[in-house]
Design a protein around this ligand. Sequence first.
Ligand SMILES: Nc1nc2c(ncn2[C@@H]2O[C@H](COP(=O)(O)OP(=O)(O)O)[C@@H](O)[C@H]2O)c(=O)[nH]1
Ligand SMILES: [Mg+2]
Length: 305
Amino acid sequence: MESSLPEDMAVASLLLEKILPKTGGALRIGITGIPGVGKSTFIESLGKRIIDDGKRLAVLSIDPSSSVTRGSILGDKTRMETLSKDQRAFIRPSSSALTLGGVTARTRECILLCEAAGYDVIIVETVGVGQSETAVKSMVDFFLLLMLAGAGDELQGIKKGIIELADGIVITKADGSNAEAAVSAKNVLVNALHFFNSPVSSWKTPVLTSSALTDSGVSEVWRMILQFENHSKASGHFERTRSAQNVSWFSEFFSDLLQADLHFNESLKEVKRKLESDVAHSRLPARSAAEKLMKSYYEMIRNSR
Ligand SMILES: Nc1nc2c(ncn2[C@@H]2O[C@H](COP(=O)(O)OP(=O)(O)O)[C@@H](O)[C@H]2O)c(=O)[nH]1
Ligand SMILES: [Mg+2]
């Protein structure tokens, strides 16, 4: 599935069509937060809780920042030691050579593969910051934001937008001398969220504290996620979100295919370069340039028949 060789991609498409009836059964959970917030350690702890519940768990990661990937794979394997050795769990870091769009598409397909393979819960960990959060949001049922007490909002890359994407927030490392600060951070957030309405009707985004070190608060997080699942299934939100996600994957894939056509066709690339230069030097309005490129594209298709 991860191969970009055309012959492998053809087999991958066929495989996806065949497994489709067996997909969609898992609960998909996205987990995000700045590097060092404790995502991998938290997933190890939550993951143990999940497999103790008799469920099979897959953990996939999205890390478009290729230069740090090797390090983070090693780090994650040691931080998820129990999970990586347990037969009921599967851990797959994203492959390093991919762009965000590439990682996103592969991870979505990997979710489907894991579902067909019988995994009941799928956790998608975002290692990157920024855009990758929105990418993860677009492929999960529950989106969990991990935050540190005491780290400024700017430091955590928390624009208002990301908090609004969260279905639940957990203040991590609530242990030792940090326990009190975690509770105050939680209270500040609860107040801040007071006026914010979650897009899921009558769901108030919960804020919890937890420590992966002492395992405290982790069961509560799992309970919150299950509560959300019940709640959003009962209201129809769950199914609506899944359908909307599928439709948007479809348009994204289609755009990707168009882009790839443009990218891999030498004569079109040449036309595009020339038009870009015309637009850059104000010799042509952007709209006309786009229309001309479209015309060349149609011609290319006609000629290829
Ligand atoms: N005190 C404490 N340290 C933690 C906890 N969870 C993670 N850490 C430490 O924080 C560092 C970063 O954790 P990691 O899981 O790799 O964070 P990630 O980059 O978000 O995946 C590691 O040194 C962990 O040992 C916790 O609950 N309590
Ligand atoms: Mg990690």
